[in-house]
Design a protein around this ligand. Sequence first.
Ligand SMILES: Nc1ncnc2c1ncn2[C@@H]1O[C@H](COP(=O)(O)OP(=O)(O)OP(=O)(O)O)[C@@H](O)[C@H]1O
Length: 247
Amino acid sequence: MSALLEVKNVSKAFGGVQANSGISLEVPEGKIIGLIGPNGSGKTTLFSSIVGYHPIDSGSIRFEGSEISKMRVRQIARRGLLRTFQQTRIYGGMTCVQNMLISTSMRDQTLGRLFASQKSGEHGRAEELLEFVGLYQKRHLMAGDLSFGQQKLLEFAMALMNEPRLLMLDEPTAGINPTLINGLIDRLKHANTTFGITLFVIEHNMRVIMNLAEHIYCLAHGELLADGKPEEIQNDQRVLDAYLGAH
Ligand SMILES: Nc1ncnc2c1ncn2[C@@H]1O[C@H](COP(=O)(O)OP(=O)(O)OP(=O)(O)O)[C@@H](O)[C@H]1O
């Protein structure tokens, strides 16, 4: 059976900068897969290509067997492929619950229906998911008043509102207080096992990604340098050299 996400030979340049070069990788259904690499190695560019944020120069991106590389962001999101960002994208002047309700616009596109849905099950589901990420007590606070770490948890809950099949997380623990990181790892694992959401995670924190992912891909200079199980990647001299060379 083919993987949920299949990236084959994908290249993307920005002017003279070859951000991704001939990258191939797979994200099988139900797994948690990691993507690491030094700063500027092309991780975020690959995520952006996958979700349709910019066109790729060559290669193929298949989701559930269908070519998606020529589709737009919204079309891809509707199929259940979503991403979060390094910098959160929440509405600071709205409450957590309101952010949750508006987030499903990725799926429905009809704002009116969303606000009308406050009296229906959507509102209940928003509260349930806020509880899941530990923000229930803060559900009526303005999102802009949350700490950065809490805003990232809110963004995670907003993505879950859309019931993604594959959720791509760009540095979920960056900027999060170390004491909250273990809780976030548990929630990511729980979303994977209980909600059945496949995860593809960019992460700079090695402890986090080694603990979370079953298989890890490592990029360097826009190319795929290595892939393997966490323990293999951790001991791969090419990976160690790439990180040392980058600092
Ligand atoms: N929109 C853009 N226009 C021009 N160059 C870009 C653009 N986006 C990325 N780049 C360049 O492409 C290369 C890869 O960047 P990218 O952000 O994908 O790396 P990254 O691995 O995600 O880095 P980081 O870990 O710092 O987030 C870099 O040289 C970057 O400057």
